[in-house]
Design a binder for this molecule. Sequence first.
Ligand SMILES: C[S@@+](CC[C@H](N)C(=O)[O-])C[C@H]1O[C@@H](n2cnc3c(N)ncnc32)[C@H](O)[C@@H]1O
Length: 477
Amino acid sequence: MKPPGSPPIHASDVVPGLASRQLAWQVLQAVAAGAYADAALERELAAMARAGERLAPADRALATEIAYGAIRQRRLLDAWIDALGKVSAVRQPPALRWLLHVGLYQLLFSDRVPAAAAVSTTVALAKRAGLGRLAPVVNGLLRSLLRRRERPAGSGPCPCQEPWDGLALPADPAAALALRRSLPPWLAAGLLDWLPPERAETFTLACNAVPPLDLRVHALRTSRDALLERFAAAGVAARALPGIPHGLTLLERVGDPRALPGYGEGLWYVQDRSAQAIAPLLDPRPGQRILDACAAPGGKSTHLAELIGDRGEVWALDRSEARLRRLDRNAERLGLTAIRSLAADATALGELKPHWRGAFERILLDAPCSGLGTLARHPDARWRISPEAIDGLVLLQHQLLEAMLPLLAPGGRLLYATCTVEPRENGERIATLVAAHPDWTLLEERQWWPTPAAAECGGGDGFYAALLQGPGLAPDT
Ligand SMILES: C[S@@+](CC[C@H](N)C(=O)[O-])C[C@H]1O[C@@H](n2cnc3c(N)ncnc32)[C@H](O)[C@@H]1O
């Protein structure tokens, strides 16, 4: 959705770098109006391409960094507007508020943009978009940030290192954490409940970092070494992920991963390193009948099919037909014939498929969840989710879990997984389930906390997994 009054973007604009900032500004406005960040960015880039304009890769990378970064840092950037402006952030005209975010983000977070360029491009954008009478406000506020951070206490040299230095922080630890790391206050309070303070801090660093791009090598079609060789020959820097048998990670940003070698041949699938640990936990075997009850877009269904050598049945269900079409395309690209997709509500399978009672030796329930383990990947997610929405998800997760139990074959295994760190959706769900069904055994439970990427390890999304065994004896035991 194009913000009203925005002039077309020209990659060849006379002010260097204006097009990338304008693109970022439009993404911020679209997200504020309800769009998803990645979809808004794609739409804006597509609109440019239709107009015959194309951003150079470096400009596209800058636009993405500013847009995603400013969305993540919304709370902190608003606090700066509150501190420096005559009008608070939420009372600013929205177009101005988001334009100020574009400028403030560059001044506070960007190593590669000189301060003068950040100010001049933001002011130029205001003039160009018909906000000329507000250009002095933009100029004044950005320059007062620079002054404030040069002399925060009115004297002495600048000790400002952190992007919040120069702001008054609240005394309450959760409110201060929310402001420093730009989180909704309820999430900051939750983190300090769930984790010791230093680990809560690590979590916030991870969710404000640019996430790595990891791939899962399709082991039935190629080896990780062979794929790394192809990448190296094409000049794509990548390395194997230690401890993750088919995982590799890219060492540099790439534009569209589909342009990487081997995509069309179905040699790999984009999948985060923590997500790659989930399907193997189920210990799937060739010839088994497996249900993946919340399957789209197919990351774990395709992994399951690969792990069983594409021999057996992987029933991939999802309530969303649109997402299921993506799963079908993924299965086809990877050439996996064991996958059978079905659009259905998994909470109603007992009525829809009565003959599925006791039919599956393995069930994966990768449940819809709050996604608090993947905040780095979804810059706008922290501003969408709420404790009330989590209440609704907890109820759905309970219904989904209960609906799975009758479908498992005697002695079969059920793996419950989420990409969140909220205990109500994870350990508490499983404790409630096992208390209500004492003949079910909890075999293993793991919580992965997101950590910032280091050279050799870390950097994965946050995930939870609980492996349960149903009552009765499996035929092979
Ligand atoms: C976490 S995502 C699944 C990701 C997938 N397992 C993968 O690895 O690519 C959760 C999925 O659950 C689906 N879903 C939500 N409620 C459902 C229901 N009642 N029945 C079936 N699918 C449902 C959503 O459409 C969404 O695709």
